[in-house]
Design a protein. Structure first.
Length: 461
């Protein structure tokens, strides 16, 4: 899993770091833990890959200490690796006192749930139209087929889930891969004028042939050459409802809500903390959602498929790699595929669904790296729920608005809690299964794709 950099990249830095690691090993063997830690810290400063190699070496006496030091030297290390005053530092095993403390925490929240406690937005879709409302209506999904519209990148989960879940609900769905009309920025995909003109012609022909009643657009980064307000206006003048799906609506980013609001009938967004709807003057067009309407079939599978302790697939960002190395150092089996969104080193969506449902636990963090104070509710939260794998979610997002902590998922505030909670769930299978089953049932009853579509169609028609 190694992909770390830092310190002196040359052989001199590596040799000096390895000498520090050798000294630390000797000091630990003689019980001088503090001095061993000092040499590990020095090794990290000299050559981080050498420390990472030790953190991933099975049977190494210093493995756990090396992994913790590695996390401390990650960009978010001082935040996520700070000591836990509640559980104490993670040890080589889950000691009985810590296990009893964790059990009491889980039991407390379970009792509250059984007494009627519910998340504040459990009724988000309670005003949904009746069962079956709007089925058969023609819906055209005009979205990028690839992330950022880049042909070298992986498939877009937004395009997949919106189109598949709409069809599963009963809409008559047609899709149009609008990669050349959605993202038009040099650092994502640079299209020629001729390529964009051809895409426009193809889209106009598709609209004319299909005659959609609803057009679902994804366009987070509009420019003068992408899908525009004039096109949306013409659709609405012809009686079509225009829905814009905005996957990135943060106050740290351009105001895409305000751009589309004048010519949209509804704007679906997933960030309840943004001020963009209020600032736009079109707050009545906002359709705040819990997350994407999911293609549940992608994650369906029997409990017998659970092969790994923790399964994680996603971008090599947000300190995921360091957290996984730490879990492995403490004896947790990890099946991971961390990538940079390129098709050559990332799984397909079908492979992603299969690996997700093979894990007993799923690790996730929604921290937005460009905004240290912002954590988002990512799609992986509800994908884990649908796969009946218990979600270990870094605390900080608005996920408690939709799911109850320690009842439907397990939050952690630091790496000591991550290790402690993971070990507890893997040792106590009855707790793990209960949380997975409760989360699946809760999501189905409150946030299933059918409820999303009934609520949206009720708004439109």
């Amino acid at each position: 899993m190694s992909d770390f950099s830092g310190g002196d990249p040359g052989e001199q830095g590596r040799a000096a770091a390895e000498a520090c690691l050798e000294a630390a090993t000797h000091l630990l063997a003689t019980g001088r833990v503090g001095e061993a830690q000092a040499f590990l810290t020095q090794a990290a400063q000299l050559h981080l890959p050498a420390l990472a190699a030790l953190a991933e070496t099975e049977g190494a006496p210093l493995r756990a200490m090396a992994a913790r030091t590695l996390v401390m030297h990650s960009p978010r290390g001082p935040e996520i690796a700070r000591p836990c005053a509640i559980l104490g530092p993670a040890g080589p095993t889950l000691d009985p006192d810590t296990e009893a403390l964790v059990r009491g925490l889980f039991d407390h929240h379970q009792r509250r749930f059984e007494a009627g406690a519910a998340p504040p937005l459990a009724g988000l879709y309670d005003s949904a139209a009746p069962e079956g409302f709007g089925r058969g209506r023609r819906a055209l999904a005009v979205m990028a087929e690839r992330i950022h519209g880049n042909p070298e990148f992986i498939e877009s989960d937004v395009f997949h889930h919106v189109a598949r879940s709409a069809a599963a609900y009963g809409l008559d769905v047609r899709t149009f891969a609008a990669d050349r009309l959605v993202f038009d920025t040099p650092n994502r995909a640079a299209w020629t004028d001729a390529e964009i003109a051809q895409a426009w012609a193809d889209l106009q022909r598709t609209v004319a042939e299909f005659d959609p009643e609803i057009v679902l657009i994804q366009s987070d980064w509009p420019t003068e050459r992408t899908l525009d307000l004039a096109w949306a206006r013409r659709l609405r003048e012809n009686g079509c409802r225009v829905v814009v799906v905005l996957s990135d609506v943060y106050d740290t980013e351009p105001d895409v809500f305000g751009f589309w609001a004048p010519e949209a009938d509804a704007l679906v967004h997933f960030n309840s903390e943004t001020t963009q709807p209020l600032r736009s003057g079109y707050v009545e067009k906002a359709f705040p959602a819990h997350g994407l309407p999911m293609d549940a079939a992608l994650f369906a599978g029997p409990e017998e498929e659970k092969e790994f302790d923790v399964a994680v697939i996603g971008g090599n960002t947000r300190s995921r790699r360091e957290m996984l190395v730490l879990l492995q150092a403490y004896g947790v089996e990890v099946a991971a595929c961390l990538h940079h969104r390129l098709t050559r080193n990332a799984p397909t969506l079908e492979q992603y669904g299969l690996l997700t449902r093979k894990g007993k636990l799923t690790l996730n963090t929604g921290r937005v790296e460009k905004a240290r104070a912002l954590s988002i509710v990512t799609g992986r939260c509800f994908e884990a729920v649908l796969a009946r794998t218990v979600l270990l979610e870094e605390a900080g997002s608005r996920l408690p608005d939709f799911l109850l902590p320690f009842v439907h998922y397990v939050p952690f505030a630091n790496t000591d809690q991550l290790v402690g909670f993971a070990r507890f769930l893997l040792k106590n299978d009855d707790y793990r299964r209960r949380i997975a089953d409760q989360a699946f049932d809760w999501h189905r009853r409150h946030f299933g794709a059918d409820r999303f579509w009934r609520a949206l169609l009720g708004r439109l028609f």
